[in-house]
Design a protein around this ligand. Structure first.
Ligand code: NAP
Ligand code: GDD
Length: 339
């Protein structure tokens, strides 16, 4: 039987959890890499720590020696690189660090594959942020990249270098170009999680106000559980390639707030414009949501909507979980942790 040994960089993150879950179900031996931290970094993957097919190692993709040593020791059949400084806003505050992790870190892994065993299949976690300021209403694998942040720019380097190593050294190296995907275990400072966790607390009387940035950016939001299936399928093809993974639907941040408020039976109405825009509670006139400059970015990606025709055709993949189901699941998770 074919050996199935996966090495996941970024296993402690949102996608790391869902991908581990999927690969363990498929009878893989899953090796994950955690960074040294002053607090427990394995909160999300706690349920797998005692699984006999799940192994955790210390490492960091900015430390080429640790990457090389792990690959030598584990000799994986597949490597999934999900590791990144993944917050676009924070990338403006830590640009060099972000470039080091998101661009050079990827090159470290590719070099180690080239020098060790070029039969290892490699997945790179690319992003719709690479499209940035685009003129195309929807974006596919042929859309030109025009990133608008240190995060997006570093990811373009990672995308291109992955293609270079595929072509130059005949490595099975593929890029996913994933649009935003969320889940109950999404990081706290991404907008969906922030909106849902705050509005749930507001609905229970545990928080007074939610402060947001740009309400008019549009995003194409899917569910991480669906998206890791696409990631897996990308590495099971006979040939490497690049794939856009998305739902094909876009909503503004304000529409996301409105859907969440409605599900929580919070009656809100919007007033004002720009930084003065607020949402009030229709029942008592109190301000529930306001806007602050501090959450605006120096550059914004105004809209993103993916066209996953290639993934549908070649991977037989399609996003299944609809936005309202996603919001509902995220709301229920918050409620369960609060009540
Ligand atoms: P996430 O929750 O922020 O997880 C990022 C992971 O990378 C964490 O495990 C983190 O470890 C790890 N990491 C950060 N720096 C590292 C380093 N130097 N060495 C090793 N590990 C490091 O992100 P996610 O939402 O799961 O996303 C996974 C990947 O997909 C990321 O590369 C992201 O840029 C990309 N992506 C995400 C989306 C999305 O909407 N979620 C869309 C497109 C692309 P700690 O736990 O120690 O911080
Ligand atoms: N985080 C955050 N916090 N974003 C806000 C806020 C706020 O208070 N208010 C408005 N926004 C707007 C941002 O300006 C952006 O336009 C949009 O909400 C989404 O922001 P995030 O949830 O932080 O996600 P992102 O789109 O910047 O990046 C995510 O998706 C990318 C794929 O397109 C991350 O997961 C990236 O790692 C990923 O590559």
């Amino acid at each position: 039987m074919k050996k199935k040994i996966a090495l996941i960089f970024g296993v402690t993150g949102q996608d790391g959890f869902y991908l581990s879950e999927l690969l363990l179900k498929k009878k893989y031996k899953v090796h994950g890499v955690k960074r040294r931290s002053s607090s427990v970094p394995t909160r999300r993957i706690e349920k797998y720590l005692n699984n006999k097919n799940f192994f955790i190692h210390y490492g960091d993709i900015t430390d080429a020696s640790s990457v090389q040593n792990l690959i030598n020791k584990i000799n994986p059949t597949e490597i999934y690189n999900l590791a990144a400084q993944s917050h676009v806003g924070v990338s403006f505050l830590t640009p060099l660090y972000t470039a080091n992790v998101n661009a050079l870190g990827v090159l470290s892994i590719l070099e180690a594959i080239k020098n060790t065993n070029n039969e290892i299949k490699f997945y790179q976690a690319g992003t719709s942020e690479m499209f940035g300021k685009t003129i195309n209403k929807s974006q596919n694998e042929n859309t030109i990249f025009n990133p608008q942040s240190p995060y997006g720019t570093a990811k373009v380097f990672a995308h291109q270098i992955t293609k270079n190593y595929r072509d130059a050294y005949n490595i099975f190296a593929s890029n996913g170009i994933l649009f935003n995907h969320e889940s109950p275990i999404r990081g706290e400072n991404f907008v969906t999680k922030k909106i849902i966790s705050s509005l749930v607390k507001i609905s229970l009387g545990l928080q007074k106000k939610l402060v947001l940035g740009n309400l008019y950016a549009k995003r194409d939001w899917g569910h991480a559980k669906d998206y890791v299936e696409a990631i897996y399928k990308i590495l099971q093809k006979n040939k490497p390639g690049d794939y856009v993974i998305s739902t094909g639907k876009e909503y503004t941040i304000k529409e996301f707030v409105n859907m969440t408020a409605k599900m929580l039976k919070l009656k809100i109405s919007w007033k004002g414009k720009g930084l003065k825009e607020i949402a009030i509670n229709k029942d008592n006139g109190k301000t529930l949501i306001s806007v602050s400059k501090i959450y605006y970015r120096p550059l914004e990606v105004d809209f993103l909507k993916g066209d996953s025709t290639k993934a549908k055709k070649e991977l037989k993949w399609q996003s299944k979980i609809k936005i309202k189901e996603l919001i509902n699941e995220m709301i229920n998770y918050e409620l369960k942790n609060l009540i």
